[in-house]
Design a protein around this ligand. Structure first.
Ligand SMILES: [Ca+2]
Ligand SMILES: [Ca+2]
Ligand SMILES: [Ca+2]
Length: 262
């Protein structure tokens, strides 16, 4: 009898939507809710260079905004959920008026978490305008980060509680350590040198200068594990996919793929 009672549940409720909502999360490994069906099919089961290449092929058709368009996009992607007129600063967590964008000391600007001198890609449409690594930051805090590689340690950053800096590296606050790492991993897979842009890759150094590399890879992998994607980061991925670039950050959807590649 138990078997007979269970059968009708699947037949009656068994439309795709119900089956996915009720049965799949507990029974199978499924994509996060807003990943289009089949988006990562060609990457499934792969590791290392094969996974890197498969992900590159999936995401390399993303659209490129102009640097001016990035202003308005960041006002949407990084909107303060508690105040739609504001945006959240990446390194401080502060909420600032969205229209206070610019180069003044009391304004916020467009922080390239993959410092744009690392590969010297500038602000032309391409890596320099890619929303997955661009985040709002107070002008002063952005200046403090400069083009430093990422690593743990240093002195507290003025105006950005929980962030640290020393002569060769910058450490963002705990809440965004994983966000920063996954933005770096995205850039490495998106830009492979086959489309006129530099081949960006992380390494384990903190003295990369203008080389198309950023470090420290071992620390970024740790940050990826310490600060897994939350609902806000996943929503940001969806907004960039739906409204702006039409590609996704695979490491927000599958943070375990970072360790499978590096
Ligand atoms: Ca250091
Ligand atoms: Ca986070
Ligand atoms: Ca690359």
């Amino acid at each position: 009898m138990p078997a007979l009672r269970r059968m009708p549940v699947f037949v009656v409720v068994g439309g795709m939507l119900c089956a996915a909502a009720i049965v799949a999360p507990a029974a199978f490994s499924v994509e996060p809710a807003d990943v289009p069906a089949g988006y990562y099919d060609s990457a499934e089961g792969k590791t290392g260079a094969d996974l890197h290449a498969a992900l590159h092929d999936i995401i390399d058709n993303g659209d490129h905004l102009t640097y001016d368009q990035v202003w308005d996009a960041l006002k949407v992607t990084d909107e303060d959920p508690a105040n739609p007129a504001n945006v959240i600063m990446i390194y401080s967590g502060a909420s600032m008026p969205a229209d206070a964008n610019g180069g003044g000391v009391d304004q916020w600007n467009r922080e390239h978490t993959w410092a744009k001198s690392h590969g010297d890609f500038g602000t032309s449409p391409g890596p320099g305008t890619d929303l997955f690594h661009l985040r709002p930051s107070e002008v002063g805090v952005n200046d403090t980060r400069g083009n430093l590689d990422f690593d743990n340690g240093g002195e507290p950053v003025a105006g950005a509680p929980g962030s640290f800096v020393d002569g060769d590296s910058f450490e963002p606050r705990d809440a965004v350590k994983g966000d920063v790492a996954r933005g770096i991993f995205y850039m490495a897979v998106r830009y492979d040198g086959d489309d006129g842009f530099a081949d960006l890759e992380p390494n384990d150094s903190v003295d990369n200068g203008s080389a198309p590399n950023i470090g420290r890879l071992s620390v970024l992998l740790t940050w990826n594990a310490q600060d897994p994607p939350d609902a806000a980061e996943e929503a940001r991925n969806d907004v960039i996919y739906d409204q702006y670039q039409h590609n996704r950050n695979p490491f927000i959807d599958h943070p375990e793929w970072a360790g499978a590649i590096w």
